[in-house]
Design a protein around this ligand. Structure first.
Ligand code: CP3
Length: 340
């Protein structure tokens, strides 16, 4: 019995489940303590530590789901792509040529990233209250942005220019990433992940036309490869409000949206068989306690009473957030949404 998994399937739940993007991370003192002794990459490659960091927020709060502590770039590092976290990912040799694309190895998760799968197993064995675990991957286009640009950026100009300058090469790279992430997500589910989330953090860079031409077919390829896997798939489209009609075509159980994307209209576009996840502004956690409750109520009202809403922030929690505000938000969402 899990309110989170039921909501993913648009089943009625006793209350609206809630979890928080980037819930395992720097706003938590217990994370900062561990992180002061161990660098980020070591955390992601040491199953005991990755599992410990994943479990930290689940011990502190009545969250309805956990998310594996890792990074969207971790499987690419496992494929032999060299990068550093500063703290955002910086790729040593950005991908710009066909020869580099042809040379990309195939990802074999059990061989290349065994530590991720061991972390999944450890979390499953130790999750408090039987909280379900979400595994995740970056969406092909979002990974493409980092690989082609080489570093975080507002515009990802080099990546967007590449779509126009070399559309066929871009498609090949996207397909390769789509297959790699399909293998990666399949392996996480086999290791015990009970839901899978695909992060399209840079969806908002694209107009609907380019999204339909490049990003959507690539993630569709990943999603099709996961058909029949039996765990719900969540597609998070950051700044995707202009893309929801296209996203509605994707065969996923849940669509996650940011705080600029109106939930009620999104639900109408997605229809009754897709659940939605979101979408409180991470900045709202800096409001007074009363105002934070009002902001949370507004999200619940926008989501409406039909089954299939998972409460979350619209994007990752900010590192200077007060951990007590998170506790108040979770309790309030549970109380306010309780259906007798
Ligand atoms: O609780 C969780 O959500 C699990 C952990 C998680 C991390 N990264 C840990 C992390 C998840 C789900 C991610 C996904 C991720 N990584 C995304 C998609 C989600 C999103 O925010 O849109 C993206 C775009 C990345 C790429 C990335 N990794 C960036 C931009 C950064 C730097 C910015 C930042 O938040 O610090 C990272 C590094 C990173 N990933 C850190 C953490 C905790 C910081 C490393 C540190 O402790 O110094």
């Amino acid at each position: 019995m899990s309110a989170f998994l039921d909501a993913c399937r648009c089943q009625p739940t006793a209350y609206t489940p809630i979890w928080i993007m980037r819930q395992a991370g720097r706003y938590l003192p217990e994370y900062r303590k561990l992180r002061s002794q161990v660098d980020f990459v070591t955390l992601t490659r040491t199953p005991d530590l990755a599992a410990e960091v994943t479990l930290q927020p689940l011990r502190r709060y009545e969250l309805d789901a956990g998310i594996l502590f890792s990074d969207i770039m971790t499987p690419l590092q496992g494929m032999g792509i060299e990068l550093k976290f500063e703290p955002g990912p910086v790729v040593h040799e950005p991908i710009r040529t066909d020869a580099q694309i042809d040379a990309l190895p195939v990802l074999v998760p059990e061989r290349d990233v065994p530590y991720v799968l061991d972390a999944v197993r450890l979390v499953r064995a130790n999750a408090p209250r039987g909280v379900p675990l979400i595994g995740f991957a970056g969406a092909p286009f979002t990974l493409f942005c980092y690989l082609v640009c080489g570093r975080p950026s507002k515009e990802f100009a080099a990546a967007r220019a590449y779509l126009y300058a070399h559309p066929d090469s871009a498609q090949r790279l996207l397909s390769h990433l789509a297959d790699a992430m399909a293998a990666y997500l399949t392996a996480q589910a086999a290791a015990g992940a009970q839901a899978l989330m695909i992060f399209e953090s840079w969806a908002g860079l694209l107009a609907a036309k380019e999204f339909q031409r490049f990003a959507l077919p690539a993630v569709e390829r990943t999603v099709q490869a996961l058909r029949g896997i039996g765990v719900p798939i969540i597609y998070y489209a950051n700044q995707g409000s202009a893309l929801m009609e296209a996203v509605a075509q994707l065969d996923v159980a849940v669509v996650g949206v940011d705080w600029r994307t109106p939930l009620a209209a999104t639900r109408r576009t997605l229809g009754p068989t897709k659940a939605v996840q979101g979408n409180l502004d991470p900045a709202a956690l800096f409001a007074s306690p009363l105002q934070l409750r009002r902001e949370a109520d507004a999200v619940l009202t926008e989501a409406g009473s039909a089954p299939g809403h998972i409460f979350n922030l619209g994007h990752g929690i900010w590192q200077d957030t007060d951990p007590d505000a998170v506790a108040r938000l979770i309790d309030h969402v549970h109380e306010k949404s309780a259906r007798g």
